[in-house]
Design a protein around this ligand. Sequence first.
Ligand code: BV8
Ligand code: ZN
Length: 239
Amino acid sequence: MKFKSMNKKITVLTGAGFSRASGVPTFRGEDESLWSKYNPADLATPQAFSRNPTLVWDWYKWRIGIVLRTQPNQAHKVLATLEQKNAAISIITQNVDNLHERAGSSNVTHVHGEILKARCTKCTSFFTWTEKKLEKTEFIPQCLECESFYRPDVVWFGESLDTKILGKCYELLTHTDVLIIAGTSAIVFPVAEFPFLAKKYNPSVEIFEFNIERTPISSMVTQTILGPVEETLDNFFQF
Ligand code: BV8
Ligand code: ZN
């Protein structure tokens, strides 16, 4: 039975599995890259950056290169088409890539920041990465205003999420008719609490999970659709 999306408020929460088909490595899945010997959680922390900024920037520049050279996949395109047909769709993403935007989605909230942006560790200066900038930046990018290091404009483990962004997420989660949770292992807090929050304040919400395996939230959702989201999401909606 195809899901009729018309006249429904839809909120979609995406994780790294949503971008997997685009070739962006997930955090906890299989990964044959040179970084597989590192645990991302050991690199995505303020302590790692102060201990070894070169190693952290090498990891991020490797990931930035992948994001710049990849394309949105069918799952991103389904959400963009849905927005063209049903404006009441909002995306909350844990992903730091810009693939939702590049597929054409316009209502995207990045809860963990954006990897293509870098901000100065001391002043308000920031920039957006391009292929050219990546080629030219041999070492750690340094601020022209105050000569301090730039850092990736993402939320690291142990760092709090932006309170305004969290407020927007809570507003969406407590007023949505449908919550789609796709491509996330549902273990990173506070986002892992989002489905429980939605259900607590909005008991009639329908929650659909899209993943290749069951997760800690599978027991609390309306239905888990197993399979690659770049295939299953297309079949789910009736356009
Ligand atoms: C916070 C940005 C308050 C960086 C990321 C001890 C000390 C300090 C904090 C903690 C602590 N213990 C716990 C915490 C809280 C911590 C946390 O939750 N840790 C976890 C590991 C237990 N959280 C935090 O620190 C957060 N801040 O709590 O602030 C605070 C402050 C100080 C002290 C205490 C608390 C900040 C969390 C944000 C971290 N930053 N990213 C970057 O990306 O470089 S998180 C990182 O994980 C990514 O954003 C990623 O998106 C996110 C979640 O992972 P997923 O998206 O779910 O990806 P994952 O690889 O895990 O799973 C992929 C899924 O897709 C799998 O299920 C797979 O089956 C599926 N899949 C694969 N292919 C497909 C597919 N599904 C469908 N189709 C496919 N084709
Ligand atoms: Zn500066």
